[in-house]
Design a protein around this ligand. Structure first.
Ligand SMILES: *[C@@H]1O[C@H](CO)[C@@H](O)[C@H](O)[C@H]1NC(C)=O
Ligand SMILES: *[C@@H]1O[C@H](CO)[C@@H](O)[C@H](O)[C@H]1NC(C)=O
Ligand SMILES: *[C@@H]1O[C@H](CO)[C@@H](O)[C@H](O)[C@H]1NC(C)=O
Ligand SMILES: *[C@@H]1O[C@H](CO)[C@@H](O)[C@H](O)[C@H]1NC(C)=O
Ligand SMILES: *[C@@H]1O[C@H](CO)[C@@H](O)[C@H](O)[C@H]1NC(C)=O
Length: 671
């Protein structure tokens, strides 16, 4: 079933880990007291060949400590109230994180930031049509009898689309399917003129900000987005099943940029430079028209009164839905929205565990905490897994920094963790059985990793478990949903905590960073094949790209042999550990990802500095390989001028340059 595609706030749900502690390795049989283990761990890098248990022992020990009850308790505490960004409730959720970290003796601080947030002040939506009485929609998500969160739900923010323009429109309705650019192209081909109309689109294929922006660009006066039961309620609705109730509404941001709109390229620290709110709201990254989200029930009610040509088969709803027509009219929607864009305070909770060796290097673990409603799945399943993992990790943590995590690392980790939904296989088996389709690259925008990967070029991993999360960003994303349907025994939480912690342990403990750029080479080659197909017969040469990929491949091979040499050397002389050579190799492995970034960023989207992975221009959720080339090809296909094909060539040269640069960094050449 199409779950809410994408996720503009990443969330983590998941895994199960073996419940019994691993047997101690032979050399450590006498060490049952935790203290020697801790000491052993600190010295593992130097002495593991001689006295201390191997690092894999600590990894197994870490795995044995995971506990579903603590994960559940954290989630319950974090989601007791809705905690929208900038509210007092979200500051209280921060307190829970602070007190947990403090109780684990992690030095913890809270750093406040002042950012532009958006809240609804007034909303109204009414439907009329000749011969029909006017319906005024309640715009309320219903609670159910016995809902333990019924009282708290009064605090849930009224359904709205953050950063939508304040204003009103009363006009005929045009049905725009999923609101993609191709849907508007189809409407135009059928002679349906969207100018001045209210566009009605459904959720599910592209980022909601793009749905509104595409409506604006097609000339719509306002946009309404509904949750179609066909996509979000294929089975029993919550609380009788996991799916979206008829009055459920997906709320969320429609801003297409990343971070605080008043500090477009810098941090929102106290007293910092800011563009005015009016200026920030006037950029192309803002929707610029009024818009509201509505429930599946309201969406159907509107569509019942939309006439015109019958929409194509794949634009239709599910069983029991009316036949959808394209419009325009005769249904008229009168939408009015007033938002309050205001500077509010948010809190980052930060703990730093200083490394014993190389304390200047960091592995960053985190996820956002603020939620559109209760946030049981998005995002606090991730917060709960993080806190649970840190509880288990108190034993050991250290040295090095993190990273678009490279397949090899996570494969090794996943082999150790059981699939929480099937005790007879590991997550690795499950991933392999899925033909690798569950492993992707971090190109999509809007999620927590975006600034790390796409702005700075820090190798990163984003993990999620589970599917069918239809109550995304609705009132129903609460602890009850998680307990009943999302993760009934909280095994998935533990499994995610396990993988996360193992990744952290490996990144911090392994002498050589476990990054394998050969998978990058494969990805780059696949991306080149793709481009080749799209520019066939056009005056565009891919040879600079092919040349640079070959260069990167040679650098990968060189690093492989360096690694082997280092390991052989160590085997013969365990005491003579060449710290400088190791540090040099790690620097290069770490900085290669950064070499894929370019100062000027993607053309027209300067915030996105990573030239290899970035969001698609027309769908922030969509990940593109070579996004700059993709943008240029799309433009060239539309205009088909020689200048536009020259821009494609220019973009190919740009990516070839960063790949060559990455090859030089990786091989230690003169850059
Ligand atoms: C669509 O309608 C607008 C406003 O009525 C009009 O200016 C425009 O020319 C129309 N576009 C097409 C393609 O007919
Ligand atoms: C639209 O609704 C608003 C608010 O309810 C009302 O003031 C306005 O008169 C309505 N406009 C039309 C054209 O019906
Ligand atoms: C907007 O929010 C600010 C800060 O919370 C508040 O002071 C102001 O009154 C609000 N404005 C409106 C129109 O609600
Ligand atoms: C569990 O995994 C095993 C091994 O991959 C597989 O044969 C079996 O069908 C799976 N069971 C379920 C219920 O998916
Ligand atoms: C944790 O798992 C055990 C079984 O392994 C189960 O009895 C318990 O209910 C689970 N805890 C939660 C909060 O689901």
């Amino acid at each position: 079933m199409p779950p809410p595609l994408g996720d503009d706030d990443s969330c983590l749900l998941t895994p199960l880990i073996s419940a019994s502690p691993p047997p101690l390795p032979p050399r450590a049989t006498a060490r049952l007291h935790p203290l020697p283990l801790l000491v052993g761990a600190l010295f593992a890098t130097y002495y593991h060949l001689l006295v201390a248990p191997a690092p894999s022992y600590y990894q197994s020990l870490f795995l044995s400590l995971g506990c579903n009850d603590t994960a559940a308790a954290h989630l319950r505490a974090l989601t007791v109230r809705p905690h929208l960004a900038g509210t007092e409730a979200n500051a209280l959720a921060a307190d829970h994180v602070v007190s947990t970290l403090s109780s684990l003796s992690f030095p913890t601080r809270v750093t406040p930031y002042e950012v532009l947030l958006s809240y609804p002040v007034r909303r109204s939506l009414s439907l009329s049509a000749p011969g029909h009485a006017t319906t005024t929609f309640a715009l309320v998500q219903d609670t159910y009898p016995g809902d333990p969160y019924a009282a708290a739900s009064a605090e849930v923010v009224p359904t709205f689309l953050a950063y939508a323009a304040s204003g009103s429109a009363a006009a005929e309705v045009v049905y725009a399917n999923y609101g993609r650019t191709e849907d508007y192209a189809y409407l135009a081909s059928r002679g349906v003129n969207v100018t001045g109309k209210v566009a009605l689109a459904r959720y599910g294929k592209v980022y909601r900000g793009d749905i509104v922006i595409n409506a604006r660009d097609a000339g719509a006066a306002a946009a309404v987005i509904f949750t179609d039961a066909k996509d979000y309620t294929p089975g029993k609705a919550f609380p009788d099943g996991p799916w979206m109730p008829a009055t459920g509404v997906q709320v969320g941001s429609t801003f297409k940029g990343v971070g605080d709109p008043t500090t477009p390229m810098w941090a929102s620290s106290e007293g910092c430079e800011r563009v005015s709110i009016a200026e920030a709201m006037a950029t192309d990254d803002m929707p610029g028209i009024p818009a509201l989200p509505v429930s599946g029930r309201d969406g159907e009610e509107i569509l019942r009164l939309v006439g015109g040509d019958v929409a194509p088969e794949d634009w239709q709803g599910g069983e029991g839905a009316p036949v959808y027509h394209l419009g325009p009219g005769p249904a008229v929607l009168n939408l009015s929205y007033t938002g309050n864009e205001t500077i509010a305070t948010i809190q980052n909770v930060i703990s730093v565990i200083e490394g014993k060796e190389e304390p200047d290097r960091y592995v960053i673990l985190g996820n956002h905490r603020d939620a559109w409603t209760f946030g049981a799945a998005d995002p606090n399943s991730g917060t709960a897994a993080l806190l649970e993992m840190l509880g288990c990790l108190v034993l050991e943590l250290t040295r090095q920094p993190l990273l678009n995590l490279i397949n090899c690392l996570s494969k090794r980790v996943r082999r150790k963790v059981q699939n929480p939904d099937n005790g007879t296989e590991s997550l690795y088996d499950m991933w392999m059985a899925s033909d690798n389709s569950l492993i992707g690259r971090l190109g999509g925008g809007g999620s927590d990793y975006s600034a790390f990967v796409q702005h700075i070029g820090i190798p990163s991993v984003d993990m999620a478990i589970g599917s069918g999360y239809a109550v995304y960003h609705s009132l129903y994303d609460d602890f009850t949903w998680m307990e009943k349907y999302g993760d009934p025994m909280f095994r998935r939480h533990v499994a995610v905590a396990s993988i996360w912690g193992l990744v952290a342990l490996r990144l911090s403990d392994e002498e050589i960073l476990p990054f394998n750029y050969s998978s990058y080479v494969t990805e780059l080659e696949n991306g080149a094949v793709d481009i080749n197909k799209r520019v066939l017969g056009m005056p565009v040469s891919l040879s600079p790209l092919h040349k640079s990929i070959k260069q990167l491949n040679r650098a990968v091979l060189k690093v492989d042999s360096e690694l082997q040499a280092l390991q052989t050397w160590k085997f013969w002389s365990p005491w003579r550990n060449d710290r400088l050579r190791v540090r040099d190799l790690n620097d290069r492995l770490m900085m290669t990802e950064r070499a894929f970034t370019e100062r000027e960023g993607l053309s027209g989207r300067p915030w996105y500095k990573h030239m290899i992975y970035g969001p698609s221009l027309y769908n922030d959720y969509g990940a593109e390989v070579y996004p700059g080339v993709d943008d240029a090809i799309q433009t060239a296909k539309k205009t088909n001028t020689s200048e536009s094909w020259q821009s494609v060539q220019h973009e190919i040269h740009r990516i070839a340059r960063v790949i060559s640069q990455a090859a030089l960094v990786l091989s230690g050449g003169l850059t």
